[in-house]
Design a binder for this molecule. Structure first.
Ligand SMILES: Cc1ncc(COP(=O)(O)O)c(C=O)c1O
Length: 447
């Protein structure tokens, strides 16, 4: 029988939550595992035979589903630890969360009811208008689904597009929630190991190799700019991946959440990033108000769907979420006015200055290979000679937090295989925080 779920390259076992207490036998059986249910029933029958329950069917106590056995997002755990340390009076500089500091003022909001499951018509139209303004692409507002952050879009899109047991490829290192949501939904994750040779992005050759090793793919997720590396796909590279997906009958899902946070300059060919809609009309594009607009807490994102997925998404969204949040949708309309774009572009200029501080400090840091930080606000690098003093990036990050009060993220969240050698710095915190953190890191390394 095909076993749905579980990445084809499994994360280190230490990262998974423990199985429910009870160990072996009936008490340790898991819901959803047919063999385990048989064992539970047999145990119940045996107990009944002994006369202890007077015929009642005894089953093991309910336990968490196999689908929920995925690692937690380490960044959020570290965020908690930062809050605890700050509450204890420590002056912690955090280069941890991918969260821009400056947020638009909320204004006055009325009590709000549900909206349509795929969002309000004005917002769906405004999002379609954004594609015309930034990319010159014509999008039917009926194909726009507004969601609770891009995270909500991933859940609904994966449910709509893939059945349990389907196979979906993604780049490693990559944003961990792709892997973990797919796993929770019983979809097989095919990790494509990437490195500097392909700028940490998948290529048709790497996809062919994945098919040879694991079988045909039902989907490919790309992200450009990517988290944690910040690397981007050019127009030609994205077109090649889209053509590969069309030839192979795989759906292309493009996470464009960091569009607009790009350092190529305004006279570059694609100054905001390349949308997959220019490469394939069937691509599923996912985006959000969280990053360029800095509206993380409003929980609003969207998907541009191919026509065959609009009705399934509507069915799923209307059951799972009823509607995206109405006040957030009202506020989000102001994201698309000229003043908002101008304000957010100034914020991106600040990210660019913070990025320059890190790139300038790179020779002094004496770390190893780093990804070209083309976009987003991340710098991902191997630790190089630091790994002579520390067994891995987890130990390095822990010591840095304990001894220098600087929080960075070890690479293991993004790359369960080789992430123990790398760290991610988020420069979303801005220039002064980055300058202070670099100072402390250099002092920590010299100590
Ligand atoms: C690549 C990527 N996609 C999606 C998300 C989820 O963002 P949200 O749900 O706030 O839209 C993040 C958050 O850090 C991310 O880095």
């Amino acid at each position: 029988m095909m076993r749905p779920g579980g990445p084809l390259k499994t994360p280190p076992s230490g990262k998974l939550p423990p199985r429910p207490a009870g160990g072996s036998g009936a008490a340790g059986a898991r819901a959803g595992d047919p063999d385990a249910v048989d064992a539970v029933d047999a145990a119940g029958d045996a107990a009944g035979d002994a006369g202890s329950d007077a015929g009642a069917v005894r089953r093991a106590a309910p336990s968490a589903s196999a689908r929920s056995r995925i690692p937690a997002f380490d960044v959020m755990r570290i965020t908690d630890e930062i809050a605890r340390r700050r509450a204890a009076g420590r002056d912690v500089v955090s280069l941890c969360a991918g969260e821009p500091g400056a947020r638009p003022a909320p204004g006055t909001l009325r009590a709000a009811g549900y909206t349509g499951p795929l969002g309000t018509t004005p917002l769906r139209e405004a999002i379609a208008g954004h594609y015309a303004a930034w990319y010159g692409v014509d999008v039917d507002p009926g194909r726009v689904a507004v969601t609770t952050g891009s995270s909500g879009a991933f859940q609904l899109v994966f449910l709509a597009a893939f059945d349990p047991g389907a196979r979906v490829a993604l780049a490693c290192p990559g944003y961990p929630a792709y892997r973990n949501i797919l796993t929770a939904l019983g979809v097989q994750v095919v990790e494509i190991p990437t490195g500097p040779a392909t700028r940490y992005q998948p290529t048709p050759e790497l996809l062919d190799a994945a098919v040879a090793a694991h079988g045909p793919l039902d989907g490919l997720i790309v992200a450009s700019p990517a988290n944690p590396t910040g690397t981007m796909l050019g127009r030609g590279e994205l077109a090649e991946l889209a053509a590969w997906c069309t030839r192979s009958g795989a759906r292309l899902i493009s996470d464009e959440i960091y569009h607009g946070i790009v350092y190529a300059g305004s006279d570059a060919a694609d100054p905001r990033g390349v949308t997959a809609l220019t490469a394939s009309p069937d691509a599923i594009v996912i985006n959000s108000f969280s990053k360029y607009w800095g509206m993380t807490g409003w929980r609003l994102g969207w998907a541009i769907l191919p026509p065959d997925l609009v009705a399934p998404m509507e069915a799923l969204a209307s059951n799972f979420a009823l509607s995206p949040p109405a006040p957030a949708q009202e506020l989000a309309l102001t994201a698309f006015i000229a003043e908002s774009y101008a304000e957010r572009d100034r914020v991106v200029e600040g990210f660019a200055r913070a990025r320059a501080l890190i790139l300038d400090a790179e020779p002094e840091l004496h770390w190893g290979a780093s990804a070209p930080s083309d976009g987003a606000f991340y710098f991902y690098a191997e630790l190089g000679e630091q790994l002579e003093r520390f067994p891995d990036s987890v130990a390095f990050a822990r010591a840095l937090l304990e001894q220098a009060d600087v929080a960075i993220v070890p690479g293991v969240d993004f790359d369960p295989i080789a992430g123990g050698r790398s760290v991610r710095l988020s420069y979303a915190a801005g220039e002064p925080a980055v300058a202070e953190a670099l100072d402390r890191i250099l002092r920590f390394q010299r100590a």
